[in-house]
Design a protein around this ligand. Structure first.
Ligand code: G3I
Length: 360
């Protein structure tokens, strides 16, 4: 015998019917389950159409911790060094694709995109070029051969290239380099014409590859970003093949102020308005200690930059320069500094990791 009173029975029936209506009851029930929370940077970034990348080096792929994190957390890799001129083209008629090929094979086996770095740079030019006594016409031939051979080797495997890297000084003038004016490839004094030439050679070598200009200290509005913007605008106006700009973002915590972040956002907007892709290519945030306060401040800044990328539809790449503090160029280049990346030296996720994941 039921102990419920008729009144309670009635209330229970009303509650049951209300629930059936609210829940869409009956046999045709629609369950509104929330989308799964992304578990990796890769899952989170993919939802925004962003490649989340890391610079990598093939010598570390045998380190299982390194390979596991790289292959699971990232959707893109870029050779930190192994596609640079001096390594990939060490002799006049010698190409060595060993390291780059190993990175490409790893990427393919983990369904990752590969971004190429870099074809025209004042650094890492091998001695056979710098001490060869070559004339400008000879250097022109050497550079075109280099661009063509490397890009055709990786055609269909590397989706895009930093064709020209760091061609400007911080004051917006062009850097004096072997490729520009010392002696250059025959276009010395003609401003960005040698960059245009390199882009045209690159497009001819692999018409399906995306072509980028990449630089540092050009993230906020400043003399260098003004000069790059003027070049990009000119190139887009005249149909020179340029698909986007790489913003390196090797920074420290002084970058974290509202004016600088607003300037970065504005800079991104003006390049996006030209129809260019924006890639964050070499982000790292160096610290002078690993205190929890410093790691928290670093995490905040990582999150702010990731959010700026997410909010700018033309920002297609969010990439760090390495991913583990175990292997980073920072301590060697900035004595006393380090701890710059989202994973610590034991592959543990730092606060920066969580902050990026939350922003993506
Ligand atoms: O491979 C040799 C090794 O055989 C030798 O024993 C050792 C001795 O010093 O040097 C090794 O080469 C070093 C190479 O990194 C690989 O570790 C070079 O000396 C060293 O100069 C080189 O530094 C790289 C630097 O570019 C110059 O190419 C850094 O790893 C790399 O992080 C850095 O990356 C650049 C980007 O390409 C462009 N933007 C700035 C960024 C940071 O400087």
């Amino acid at each position: 015998m039921s102990t419920k009173t008729p009144g309670l029975r009635c209330a229970a029936l009303i509650a049951f019917l209300a629930c059936m209506l609210a829940c869409g009851g009956g046999s045709n029930t629609t369950v509104n389950t929330p989308p799964p929370t992304p578990q990796t940077l890769r899952q989170a970034a993919t939802a925004h159409g962003i490649n989340v990348g890391a610079a990598a080096d093939s010598q570390y792929l045998s380190d299982s911790g390194y390979a596991t994190v790289l292959g699971s957390e990232y959707s893109q890799l870029q050779a930190e060094n192994e596609m640079k001129f001096g390594i990939i083209h060490p002799g006049v008629s010698t190409y060595d694709f060993t390291g780059g090929d190993a990175l490409v094979a790893f990427a393919q086996s983990h369904t990752m995109a590969v971004r190429g770095h870099t074809l025209v740079w004042h650094n890492e030019v091998p001695t056979w070029v710098t001490s060869g006594g070559y004339t400008a016409p000879q250097l022109s031939t050497i550079l075109q051969d280099h661009i063509t051979t490397v890009m055709q080797h990786y055609a269909g495997k590397v989706y895009g290239w930093d064709v020209v890297n760091e061609a400007f000084n911080d004051d917006g003038t062009l850097r004096d380099t072997i490729w520009y004016d010392q002696p250059g490839i025959g276009l010395a004094g003609l401003k960005t014409l040698y960059i245009e030439q390199a882009l045209n050679w690159a497009h001819a070598a692999d018409p399906s590859a995306k072509l980028y200009y990449n630089d540092y200290n050009a993230e906020p509005l400043d003399a260098k970003s003004d000069a790059i913007y003027a070049m990009a605008k000119d190139f887009k106006t005249r149909g020179v093949p340029l698909d986007g700009i790489g913003f390196q973002l090797h920074i420290d915590l002084t970058f974290d102020n509202p004016a600088t972040l607003a300037s970065l956002t504005s800079n991104f907007q003006r390049f996006a308005a030209l129809g260019l892709e924006l890639h964050i290519t070499e982000l790292d945030i160096r610290l002078q200690d690993s205190s929890s306060a410093s790691l928290a401040a670093q995490a905040k800044l990582y999150g702010e930059i990731a959010a700026i990328c997410v909010q700018q539809p033309s920002c297609k790449v969010f990439q760090t320069w390495g991913f583990t503090d175990k292997y980073s160029w920072i301590p060697g280049a900035f004595p006393g500094w380090g701890w710059a990346l989202p994973f610590d030296a034991n592959y543990q996720k730092k606060p920066a990791y969580t902050s990026i994941l939350n922003a993506l």
